[in-house]
Each structure stands twice: as C-alpha cells, then as structure tokens.
Design a protein around this ligand. Sequence first.
Ligand code: ZN
Length: 451
Amino acid sequence: MSDPTSATVRLCADLIRARCVNDGSPESGHEHRAVEILRDHLGVAGEVVESAPGRQSLVVRIPGTDPGAPSLCLMGHTDVVPVTESGWSQDPFGGEVRDGYLWGRGAVDMLNVTSAMAVVTGRYLRGELPPLPGDLIFFAVADEEAGGILGARHVLEERPELVEAEYLLTEIAMPTIPTPGGPVIPVTASEKGPAWRRYSSRGVPGHASQPHGRISALVPAARAVARFADDGGTAEISDEWRRFVAGLGLSPDEERAMTDPDRIDEAIDRLAVEDPGFARWVHACTRLTVTPTTLHSGVKANVVPDVADGDLDVRVLPGQDAASVDEHFRKVLGPDLYDDLEFDIILDESATASAPEGLLWESIGDAAEAVAGHRRLLPALIPVGTDARFFRRRGTVAYGVGLFDERMSFGDLLTMFHGNDERVSLGSLDLTTALLAETVGRFGERSSPGP
Ligand SMILES: [Zn+2]
C-alpha cells in the first residue's frame, strides 16, 4: 500500500512544490499553479474560474448516464497556509519523501485528499471505470484558507451550475481512532460557525507624561483581551458532540463526564496531561470560544491613545447565533466593560451539519468495509470552518473523510494542522485514494435504479 511512486504520492508532491501559500491577501495563493498541474494530470482543460489574478479554481465534470440520478462533487482546496521555515526539519515546499512520509505544507491540509480526489477522477475520465448514474464533479478550489471568499463562495455565486451537487466530499480527513471495539473512522459531518467580531474603544489623546485622569482607549481593550483569555467558556453539549463521544467506546462513567457540562472541564484537565491537542479539541467542541487575535492601539510612546481596536476569533456551536455571542460577551466582560467597547461583525455564520445517514454516508460505510474491513464510522463535529459550509447551506449533504495508516494518529494530525513538519505517511495517501475510489463506486451502485 505504500508504493512511493503511486500516482497520489507524485501528484501530492507536485502540489506541495506548487507553493500555493495563502496569507489572506488577494495577491497571495497563486492557485493557477495547482490548476496547471491538475489539468496536466487529468489531461483535460476543465472549466477554470478566476476570482482575482491567479486565484483560479478548476472544475471537471463527468456527466452521468441518468439525468435524474444524484450528483457527487469531490472538492479539495489547493491553497495552503504560510510556514515558519525555522521550525521545519525539512524543506516545507520540497515535496520530499523521507522515512516513509511525504513532507511539506499541505500534506494533511488538504493536498493529500485533493490529490487522491484527482487520481480517482482521472480513472473515470480515462474510461477505466464506467460513468456513474449521476454527474461526478471534481472541484479544485482556491482560497479555502482565507475563508473561501475568492474560492468556493465566489464559484457558487458566479457559476453555481458548475459545482452544485446533491452530495459533496471534502475535508477534513482525520486518522482512525482506536476504541475497545476496534478502530473507528472519523467522518466530518458538522462544523462550528465562524462569528468573528471586531472590538474597539475610544479615548481622549493627550500628553502621556501626565496620566492622572486620562481616558486611554488602550485600557478597556486590553482588559477585554485579558478577560476573554482568562475565561474558560461555558460548556454546552450539542447532539453532534454527544454522538461523537458515543462512538469512542469510553466507559459509561467517562462517557458521562465527557457529555456533562458540569464535569467536562475536569475531563479536559485530565486529558490535557496526556494529550494536550485532544484536550484542546474537546474544549473547542463543547463551547462557544472567543480568542483575541489582534489589538492595535497607540502611535507614539508619549501620546495617550485615542483609539484601540482588534479582532476576536469567535466560533459558535450548532444552535448558537449572534444573540448567543452577545450574551457571552456581556457575561465575560461584565456590563461596564461591555458598554465601554463597540463590537462590529466580521463574520456571522452559524454552525452547519449534515445528518450521518443516507446515500453518501452508507457509501462511505461500504467503502470502509471494503478497504478497512469494518464500517465503524464516527460522525464528527469539528471546531474549524471549511468550504463545506457554503454547500450545506444550499442543501448539499457534505462530509470530510480519508483513511490513514497506523503511522498517523489523531493527535499527530492536530499537531501538524497548520503546524511545523507537516507530513503524511505514504500508506495513508494510498489508503485515502482507495477509500475515496471505493466510496465513489459504491455511491454509483447505490444510486443506480437497479436491474
Ligand atoms: Zn483545509
């Protein structure tokens, strides 16, 4: 399963070398490089949508045989987040294979899955596999790492007919989790909503040599940052979380602790000793989180600042909305500090979810059974946002799935996501390709009218 020359390994290495680094500015990304590589690999021109110079997304559609049959879209982003080169032991854009891993930025987010999707699509394009009843769409999308504005959202607004589908596979793909009942495969079925806010405060400028009685804009802003940072959040258990925990095969008492808002924080403290990454994940999946990420204020050492502002990364659980955010802010800041600040909305998106059942879910189960020997799928809530949210809001059923070998753990993935020394085992690239290929095939069989 770990042939270093497999098509997915080669393609993933090429995509890593394409260095489609998205720093959040419209001039970054350069996803046209990935589009060129993918067109070359697939041997077709496809449809290219360009949202800004160089910000290209590629769509390749393979028409189905039955116009009434459901369509399936394989969506993988081609951009990656920046790196801190000094933290890496290998060249982050070398696409090198060492010790049985392919190293480089994007190896697990998500060039691994994007390349597997392209390899599967190629088999259908070359006629190695018969067409599905419904359309099969390969969508290599730009700008996921900056919120999808120049990628998925743009394509859905400008050319929806290219990518709209009843079913969608995308990220995030997570390694298998061991449980007493055998390994389970996490399948992303829901994600928290980004509800980012900008906060600001006002003061009166003056000479900083005489601070008595001055109103500095910096002080309430800094107090707010400290309060948000010190607050542990208020635990809330969603159905999605309950379902995830139920699949972990914990003892009845552990399971109760992980789903009881009064006990979850103790459980997180215990987890943090062994596995800080997983503890962080559990914490994020069980509450509205607020992380102060920027604070700008002041112009000079001797001038009392008249303005301070900054951003808050806020993520809401299923069922929470803008009112939940406001209520949380009031509670954490207290009425006085809350009134000293102004809040503006940067993003106000709710959580999205697809039910873990139905045609695509069962097709993934069939595929898992064929490739991994069992169909223990674990529907997972993820604390991060993906492009799946745009599709779920339009009624598409969307999941994220892959398959990893024993060289990759859930904890490894959490550490490597946007981190240093990102890498994927070669076996995992082949397993993800096999799982996706089988899923697409079973989806076709299950959506056939039958004899
Ligand atoms: Zn990603």
